[in-house]
Design a protein around this ligand. Structure first.
Ligand code: ATP
Ligand code: MG
Length: 409
């Protein structure tokens, strides 16, 4: 049997990037031979094994053929006769379809190296269209390598468009889609992921609520970039520049969905977009079965981000309600993430990226003040049950009023 490094490990070495996980392909072996060498079988779908010592993935060379809709509709053929070239042709991009033996000799039948040098993301063969997940993968690689100057080849974008219009994207499971989306959002330029999906018509299918933001104007005085879709991309860009976690990036992407619902005669104003957007945020959350923390934060940021921006003008009662809604007493981290998302929103405006955001410290301070109201003295005064809750609220309100006055003076 011959063993080759494939995919990301070869690509990233040639790009001079750190290689994290290594995928291997094995040519000329049977399952029985792999087991006899101590490899452990994984995954019911494909003949993939884990190395007994390193735990890295070794896949038998295979060919694939589409036999129906969706991911379930794949049949594969793995046998010792399948060649390296046959295995590489089923891969998504030319830059991912190179292999290397232990002497670093490159097998590159589909010109991956040429495309690496030309900074092109190009599909390997027409079989690309057999798995709609590849549309998301290409957009994710575009987000990852945008800084290096990579762009999607026009003929690949065309194929992605055909796939998007064919209805195949709808056959993707929430789990597979979310895995790509969440990884893409954590890339260096997540806004490029959304932009590429939009360019090929996939955004309209996957997240029509986000797609609908493009072409919707906002008041120029607050939003020099005017377009709500462009604004959303900028907010996402800021979230990556400021190294925000996935929860914050997800919330950034969805915070303004309500603006897509504003009747045209009300443009460029979006009076109650925080509320109208909630059902859309919920729909996107559920469509991709986003993790609970992502779902929660997106909804809270959607509902309260304008409160964040007006933090210094909020009445003490409103400030307290805001803190209660976030349950800052038990969930301090979530409130921090809310503040971060608000700040990214404020910075995601053309020409205002560097402007300071004093609301952040003000909100942090308010949370500290509310949190530091002690329960013990109230217990000693004999408050119990619902009355204790009321008394606690009164004390917190008093403390917030003092905080607000001190900040104003
Ligand atoms: P990463 O750095 O994100 O791990 P990678 O290229 O190694 O990038 P993997 O998802 O680990 O990506 O997949 C390994 C290889 O398997 C890819 O380089 C590609 O050749 C192939 N591959 C993975 N998923 C697909 C797919 N859906 N369609 C076609 N080829 C795929
Ligand atoms: Mg990999």
């Amino acid at each position: 049997m011959q063993i080759y490094k494939v995919g990301g490990a070869v690509r990233d070495r040639l790009l001079g990037k750190p290689v994290t996980d290594i995928d291997w392909v094995v040519v000329g072996a049977t399952t029985e031979e792999m087991l006899a060498q101590g490899f452990r079988p994984v995954g019911a779908d494909f003949p993939v094994f884990l190395h007994p010592k390193t735990g890295e993935e070794y896949a038998l060379a295979r060919t694939e053929r589409k036999s129906g809709r969706g991911y379930g509709g794949f049949t594969f053929h793995a046998s010792p006769e399948v060649t390296l070239e046959e295995d590489l042709i089923r891969r998504d991009l030319t830059i991912n379809a190179m292999a290397e033996d232990d002497g670093q000799n490159l097998t590159d039948p589909y010109n991956g190296q040429r495309d690496l040098e030309g900074r092109i993301l190009r599909h390997v063969s027409p079989a690309f269209a057999e798995d709609p997940l590849r549309v998301l993968r290409v957009a994710r690689f575009a987000a990852r390598y945008a800084a290096l100057g990579f762009t999607v080849a026009p003929e690949t974008l065309e194929l992605m468009r055909t796939l998007s219009e064919s209805g195949e994207l709808e056959a993707l499971t929430a789990e597979r889609s979310w895995k790509e989306i969440s990884r893409a959002l954590m890339e260096e330029q997540p806004q490029v992921f959304i932009q590429v999906l939009r360019d090929c018509g996939a955004l309209k299918v996957l997240m029509p609520e986000v797609d609908a933001l493009f072409g919707v104007p906002q008041p120029e005085a607050h939003h020099p970039e005017i377009d709500s879709g462009i604004h959303t991309l900028s907010v996402l860009e800021q979230s990556a520049l400021h190294r925000q976690p996935l929860t914050v990036r997800w919330a950034c992407l969805l915070h303004d969905l309500g603006k897509g619902l504003t009747p045209q005669e009300e443009w460029p104003r979006h009076i109650a977009h925080e509320h109208t957007g909630l059902k859309l945020i919920k729909a996107v959350n559920e469509r991709f079965k986003a993790p609970k923390e992502c779902q929660e934060l997106a909804l809270l940021v959607g509902q309260y981000h304008t409160h964040g921006h007006r933090a210094l003008e909020l009445k003490a009662t409103t400030l307290l309600e805001l803190l209660q809604s976030f349950d800052v007493y038990r969930r301090p981290q979530r409130f921090e993430e809310f503040i971060a998302a608000c700040e990214m929103d404020a910075r995601g405006r053309k020409g205002l990226e560097q402007r300071s955001y004093p609301q952040a410290d003000y909100l942090r301070g308010a949370a500290t003040v509310a949190r530091s109201v002690a329960v013990q003295p109230l217990l000693e005064k004999g408050f119990k049950g619902p009355e204790l809750g009321e008394a606690l609220k009164r004390e917190r309100l008093k403390a917030l009023k003092a905080y607000k006055e001190a900040a104003a003076s």
